[in-house]
Ligand binder design. Sequence first.
Ligand SMILES: Nc1ncnc2c1ncn2[C@@H]1O[C@H](COP(=O)(O)OP(=O)(O)OP(=O)(O)O)[C@@H](O)[C@H]1O
Length: 268
Amino acid sequence: MKNYDTTQTALQQFKDPAQVAISTEALHVYYGQHEQIKGIDLQFPKQQITAIIGASGSGKSTYLRALNRMNDEIPTAKVTGKILYHGLDMNQKQIDVYQMRRQIGMVFQRPNPFAKSIRENITFALKRYGLKNRDALAQRVETSLQQAGLWEQVKDQLDKSALALSGGQQQRLCIARALAVQPEILLLDEPASALDPVSTRIVEDTLNELKQAYTIIIVTHNMQQAARISDSTAFFYNGQVLEYAPTKQVFTRPQIQATNDPNYSYEV
Ligand SMILES: Nc1ncnc2c1ncn2[C@@H]1O[C@H](COP(=O)(O)OP(=O)(O)OP(=O)(O)O)[C@@H](O)[C@H]1O
């Protein structure tokens, strides 16, 4: 991999804290002794889509997982620094991670619906969070499937196994499942990488609709996808952020030579 000058970073900043949904300060992630994320300061604006791009191994997924403490599940991982959300540092022991993930939901690379019905995929977490009323549950099923652009296709077969859906439909079900608990922030780790181009476009359209109500942070390998759907783009390199700016600027007037490097390899 080509070496870039990591001292040349250019990061957009928001003067009004009310514009920021979540931010990190001096965030480091270690796997054992190895420092993988090297002190990242980023602010993510509300109700926008932010894309995280960068070469394989640059730490995109590791950083994304840190935002809702998913690295806690990896025994060798240690996270230091701050994850600021509503004025609180989420990277503290006393934070109730289960409740926090209700606000900061996640969708993974491979669609991973439960081996249950479409309906139960949506209601499972809601019931665990204490919602018992049947009408309220039914309403939440409909709303979240509508938001994910899946309702019309599945409304007459809610008791069918989720595993019988196509890959694209399964991923939209996973988005609906994440939305059902009414989070503020949606983290997506290459949500379209296992999908065909048509399903990819449908998921992208869904995300574009969702940003009116949610803050979306998406890791993608695909530069064109980042250009199509995101408002801001953060360019990761070797556990650091080289550039973070409005997407139009990153793709048309890159401040940093890495984003302007025609030899930089990406899937398109
Ligand atoms: N659970 C883990 N234990 C040890 N090392 C890990 C673990 N997960 C990731 N890594 C290492 O951390 C580095 C960054 O991985 P990460 O998945 O965050 O990168 P990425 O930019 O998302 O890559 P890709 O685009 O290939 O998914 C890689 O070198 C990877 O091998």
